[in-house]
Design a protein around this ligand. Structure first.
Ligand SMILES: [Zn+2]
Ligand SMILES: [Zn+2]
Length: 307
């Protein structure tokens, strides 16, 4: 939503965009331009390709699309990037003959209650949750057609890589879907089914896409954490979220201050304990090892930083 429009104006703009497409001739124009790929088509070529004799009708529909889904250039008419994105979305989520019913064999205890948590597929989302205490670990969209040519496990790995990639882009302020600007905000006192007490919400100012991540999943992406785990021979890029949670216990996330936000996260790797300090700007300000802290207490100094 742009800064100058009301929610009603915003909704009306979305409806208008969909209504623009609700016509066979306009869809034919878009389909023809799509097949031309990146080469613009002249007015005459486009009109001949569609075999429309009524110039008035053709002009009317072409005008309606020009400036939104169709761009008019010196070389002719071309599909705009928004129309291409729309096409990709429709293609990737189009109905398929046989709906997949994958089984994901993940044997991990729920960090909330100790029961086994499940990963299931419903409404084209891959969702991990605990059937015992009903806490949710992650949920991400995955179109049914994306199972083609993959085992269930490969599909799960694909969605997790995509999820991490999206979080990484969002952290850099880039919307994974439309490249619009993403803002980040803390949700420290929310009502949520996510197990970790602190969430970060990223919102795209252009397309409105929202991403939520726990603070623990957020720090997993940061380079000081990646290199800390590297020292133990653990490649975090290959570590799925349920395995990473073994290193960050639920009670390991502490909000030291709400304004400005100061969060401490306890990370345990192979018997070594680290405290990760996260600041208001969602950056890691320092990482302290238990060993360093003990040493600094003994020497009476203020604790050094391993980073
Ligand atoms: Zn549980
Ligand atoms: Zn966006």
């Amino acid at each position: 939503m742009s800064a100058h429009e009301s929610p009603d104006e915003h909704d009306a703009r979305i409806r208008d965009a969909f209504l623009l497409l609700a016509d066979e001739t306009r869809l034919d124009i878009i389909e023809t331009l799509r097949h031309a790929e990146n080469s613009p088509l002249s007015y005459g070529t486009l009109k001949n390709a569609l075999a429309i004799r009524d110039s008035g009708r053709f002009n009317y529909h072409l005008d309606k699309l020009t400036g939104t889904f169709v761009s008019k250039t010196e070389d002719g008419y071309a599909l705009s990037s928004s129309a291409s994105a729309l096409y990709q979305a429709v293609l990737s989520t189009r109905p398929i003959a046989e709906h997949p019913s994958p089984t994901f064999d993940i044997a991990e205890p729920c960090p909330e209650c100790g029961a086994s948590f499940e990963i299931c597929y419903k409404y084209e989302w891959i969702v991990s949750h605990c059937p015992n205490c009903e806490s949710q670990r992650f949920a991400y969209p995955f179109p049914a057609g994306a199972f083609a040519g993959r085992t269930d496990r490969e599909a799960l790995e694909a969605v997790i890589q995509r999820m991490y990639h999206h979080i990484s882009l969002a952290q850099q302020g880039v919307c994974p879907y439309c490249s619009g600007t993403m803002t980040a905000e803390w949700l420290t006192d929310h009502d949520t089914a996510f197990p970790t007490a602190v969430l970060v919400r990223y919102t795209c100012l252009l397309c409105g896409m929202e991403l939520h991540t726990s603070v623990a999943a957020m720090i997993k992406q940061h380079s000081p954490i990646v290199s800390l785990f590297d020292d133990y021979g653990i490649d975090l890029r290959e570590t799925p979220p349920w395995e990473f949670r073994r290193y960050v216990p639920r009670d390991g996330v502490t909000v030291r201050s709400a304004s400005p936000v100061r969060i401490e996260i306890s990370v345990r790797i192979e018997g070594d304990v680290f405290t990760v300090f996260v600041d208001e700007c969602m950056e890691i300000s320092s990482i302290e090892s238990e060993h360093t802290r003990k040493r600094s207490c003994e020497s009476g100094t203020n604790g050094s930083v391993d980073q």
